[in-house]
Write a protein that binds this ligand. Sequence first.
Ligand code: SF4
Length: 499
Amino acid sequence: MRHSARSAAVMDQTIPLSEAPHDECGIFGIYGRGEEVARIAYFGLFALQHRGQESAGIAVADGKHIRVHKDIGLVTQVFDEDALNHLKGGHIAIGHTRYSTTGSNVARNVQPLSCLSSVGEIAVAHNGNLVNTLAHRTMLERQGVEFTTSNDSEVIVQLLAHLCKGSIEDAVIEAMKRLQGAYSLVILTKDKLIAVRDPYGVRPLCIGRINGNRYVFASETCALNVVGAKFVREVMPGEMVVIDDEGMHEVQAVPTARHATCLFEFIYFARPDSQMYNKNLHAARRRMGHELAKEHPCPGAHVVVPIPDSATPAALGFAEASRIPYGEGVVKNRYIQRTFIQPDQRMRDLGARMKYEPLKEVIAGKRVVMVDDSIVRGTTTGKLVRMFFDAGAIEVHVRISAPPVRYPCFYGIDMANQDELIAAHHTVEEIREKIGATSLGFLSLSGVVRAVGVHTDKFCRACFDGKYPIAVPRDVKLTKFSLENLPAIEEREREVVGV
Ligand code: SF4
């Protein structure tokens, strides 16, 4: 592995520049004889960079061995020509971009993770978050497995190796019966590529085809387009899809209770040029703006301004439905990374100014509708409102294209603990007062679902309504670093259930 110039110790001190919830992980897989699979995986990961900006990695198989290159950093920082040349050859590859929710951002936690099994080496890239990690880790440690990471994904690869007595497919199906939580996976052996999605389909995963017997898996369809693959379909909840020299084999590995795809993917996380449930996300977000304008109109406002880039479609929709002019009143620095070393409040404030700069020409002397896609802690929204007033706005009406976030996510989104969620403890009027806005309106859950155009039962909406589709054990409600500094196995076994 190539080590980044930035040390792990420095990386651990970073504080998110924005309070926006973070997705954590994009995954990609390619099976393609005659293709330069590592380079295609690199392009795929580049398209999925928004899903994880802390680290990246690619594993390549050539029928005999698996080679891995991974490190902390953006895709373009981790992979240069030397790294891609080192991965040349082979006909199968998987890749991963990571934002950490379970396990801190240190080199040993970077994916894909690999280990030895009875079918040779296997490597795994995971998007999601398990809710019974500790139980499996404890069971595997009892069997003598030594863990090297503080990452729930290592439990998956070690469990697969542990269960692999005959075929890898049987091991995957058995693992899917035991794993609980959110997981979309791409799994690499020396001669097979396997994709699976948990029985609720919390995190997205789709199948594409380049031509002939060349297949691609990706978290989002935007990564298919960039490698010239045609969308085939989504991997279904509970399904296992295997690609080998014989072609594609599909199996419903575990029954699905109900679909529960993350609603926040539609509001914010996924790229607007992706599609899920056959819906284009840019269009869905624009319709969220239409619904928002109906639910919380703002008569007399002069201009609708998005917080770029993620709220732009909703602001366009709000402007269309309300017939208030749309204006780009905030410039976003496109080159700033999501994390930034901010040792004190002054540096944090400077960091926020580095990210957004108001355009006084658009804002000054105006009644402004400021459209954003979420309020989590409320601190960033408050700073943005102040920035608008400082730029000369006479009124700032905040409109949010999502309902208030009242409950934490345990399925792979890092947003905050419940204590830190402003809407968990404050009414809308209290939030308005705290952020200093002239008025405040959140789009209702039914408004979001109407805008997407898919039945509400098809979604996980737990961070909005507290109804978790997959039960969350008590130990998971601790912190994302719960696999670090673990207590002794005996003590853990008293705490966990489920193996
Ligand atoms: S709790 Fe919220 S963020 Fe987490 S999976 Fe469900 S809808 Fe998505």
